[in-house]
Design a protein. Structure first.
Length: 448
């Protein structure tokens, strides 16, 4: 036991103190988003030569040294998580859009579809008493309800199209913001590394941004000398301390600002563009087809009949699409063409119109079937996309659980480490105390 023992004890207390500080930091950040657990790296300090100066002589131990601090991060799990995040982001956005479509166009099942059935029923009621003005007015009112339901669906669909388009613009801006922030962090991390300073907090911030970015669009990364490059497909979004921006080109399609070439889509952005370019226009086409067939078959049959004054029936509906379908403004109860001969008791045209719901238009189908098919497709789409979103979300959670087992703070483990390092500190302090007592005895008790 000598002066060397004091030095060894001092390195032990310093190492244990630094380790306890690190444990405290982990515990304090247990709920901090993106925080990566730190671990202290210790090693036996290099032994010094013997007292006679011979390098091949006996070696004198010098204690413990702190090599550094390691972030408990696994690049493989990070890459797996971000790949899964892009798939989950896309699936969740598709589910959200499908649910909105089903909700916005819900009246197709409980509104327009019911109104269409009531329209045919009104004609059947008129057929039972073709001269009744109240029944004739009921046919007009039922037609107005069908037209209002279809126009309302078209208006809500148009509003949804605008909302989703705006959402896509916001996602593009957010991607550009994340890319710029990642490039800035690359510079700060590189500067800290050059100065030999710790950059753990900056690395955590960059990883959080990469996680968020990967949900918006599919990315791949490559890290070299502390700087992370981010690629969308083969195009560099971030290179070192610089970033490339994307913008909306013709038709809202995202393109690279520097070259004008289309961006390889993925994540939420892919689902949004799919909705804007395919899903919502498809629903609009189906709505317009329903309105067009309804207008065509009803007008054709109504014009073939006669009204109470014996004149030929005119057009019952005006317009050509779901957005502009209306009951002809000049139509009156007396002008409703319920018969074909001009007789007030003639109901043959009313019966013919009442049966038009199942009339098969060549190459198109029956209007009732078109309405039912669209309602069914919307419901099926909402259910299937929701199921896929749950599957991908579950997979993402599974990967994240693996990541958290590596990078997350486990309080039980930290408390165990805290006790272990506390005991190490106490033991090292005891070594120093004993060495001090022995040296005191040697110097003051023996007169040396």
């Amino acid at each position: 036991m000598s002066w060397v023992s004091l030095q060894i004890g001092l390195t032990g207390t310093n190492a244990a103190r630094r380790a306890m500080e690190l444990v405290s930091e982990n515990v304090a950040n247990v709920n901090t988003e993106g925080y990566t657990r730190r671990r202290i790296d210790l090693a036996a300090a290099a032994s010094s030569g013997s007292m006679n100066g011979q390098m091949n002589g006996p070696q004198t131990p010098t204690g413990v040294q702190v090599l550094g601090v390691t972030r408990m991060r696994d690049a493989v799990l990070d890459n797996a998580y971000r790949a899964q995040a892009a798939a989950a982001g896309s699936a969740e956005m598709r589910a959200e859009i499908a649910a909105r479509a089903e909700e916005i166009l819900g009246p197709l099942d409980g509104g327009a579809q019911v109104a269409l059935g009531e329209f045919w029923t009104a004609w059947e009621k008129l057929a039972s008493n073709p001269s009744d003005l109240a029944s004739r007015a009921g046919v007009i009112s039922a037609g107005e309800r069908v037209a209002t339901s279809l126009r309302g669906a078209a208006e809500q669909l148009s509003s949804m199209q605008k909302l989703i388009t705006d959402r896509g613009s916001a996602v593009v801006r957010q991607i550009n913001t994340y890319a710029s922030q990642i490039a800035q962090l690359n510079g700060q991390i590189g500067d800290a590394t050059f100065r030999g300073a710790a950059a753990n907090e900056l690395l955590d911030q960059r990883d959080v941004l990469l996680d968020k970015l990967s949900k918006l669009i599919t990315v791949s990364t490559r890290t070299d000398q502390g700087m992370t490059s981010v690629f969308v497909g083969s195009f560099p979004l971030v290179t070192g301390m610089s970033s490339n921006e994307m913008e909306e080109g013709t038709g809202g399609t995202p393109v690279w600002s520097a070259t004008g070439t289309p961006v390889e889509l993925g994540g939420e952005l892919a689902a949004i563009r799919e909705a804007v370019n395919l899903t919502l226009p498809g629903i609009e086409t189906s709505l317009d087809e329903i309105a067009s067939v309804l207008i065509s078959v009803v007008n054709t049959q109504h014009q073939a009949g006669t009204n109470l004054d014996g004149a030929s029936g005119g057009a019952f509906f005006s317009g050509t699409t779901a957005a502009d379908i209306r009951v002809t403004s000049s139509l009156t109860p007396r002008g409703v063409a319920a018969g074909t001969t001009g007789s007030p008791s003639d109901n043959r045209n009313a019966l013919a119109i009442a049966a038009l719901g199942s009339y098969q238009v060549p190459g198109v189908g029956a209007v009732d079937d078109l309405m039912a098919n669209l309602a069914g497709q919307l419901g099926e789409s909402a259910a299937s996309t929701e199921q896929m979103a749950r599957v991908f979300s579950s997979s993402l959670s599974s990967v994240d659980d693996q990541r958290q087992s590596q990078m997350g703070v486990n309080l039980d483990e930290e408390f165990g480490d805290l006790i272990r390092y506390q005991r190490a500190y106490e033991a090292s302090a005891r070594v120093m105390q004993i060495a001090d007592e022995m040296l005191d005895k040697l110097i003051n008790g023996t007169g040396v």
